[in-house]
Design a binder for this molecule. Structure first.
Ligand SMILES: Cc1cc2nc3c(=O)[nH]c(=O)nc-3n(C[C@H](O)[C@H](O)[C@H](O)COP(=O)(O)OP(=O)(O)OC[C@H]3O[C@@H](n4cnc5c(N)ncnc54)[C@H](O)[C@@H]3O)c2cc1C
Length: 82
């Protein structure tokens, strides 16, 4: 219930969904975040294949967190409080 600091291995692997830690604290919801994360992982993989630059795999986490980090922070604070 906490997004991992890294979702890729800097080479040829990128995570999405539960295994990337994107299950919402407090509610335990993870289906939506797994689907969005899968989409972002696919886009990042596509970029990586086009550019040949494995750093593009980082885009999955970067793009996901820019959209959803506030929700995870707030729900984590709520979970910690109770
Ligand atoms: C009891 C329960 C209730 C939940 N209720 C909700 C809810 O109401 N709403 C909600 O949003 N979320 C809910 N969740 C969370 C949600 O189910 C998960 O966050 C979501 O399914 C994560 O999707 P995923 O694709 O990341 O992982 P998963 O759905 O776990 O998919 C991973 C898949 O990989 C397969 N796999 C594992 N190892 C290997 C391997 N070596 N080779 C090949 N395949 C492999 C597994 O069999 C599995 O099918 C609930 C979870 C549980 C346990």
């Amino acid at each position: 219930m906490k997004p991992l600091e890294k979702w890729d291995n800097g080479k040829d692997l990128v995570l999405a969904g539960d295994v990337a830690g994107v299950v919402a604290p407090s509610s335990g919801e993870g289906i939506y975040y797994a689907m969005i994360g899968g989409q972002e992982a696919a886009l990042a993989t596509h970029s990586c294949l086009l550019s040949g630059n494995s750093k593009d795999l980082q885009l999955a986490r970067k793009r996901f967190m820019s959209e959803h980090k506030t929700v995870f922070r707030v729900l984590e604070a709520m979970q910690n409080a109770y």
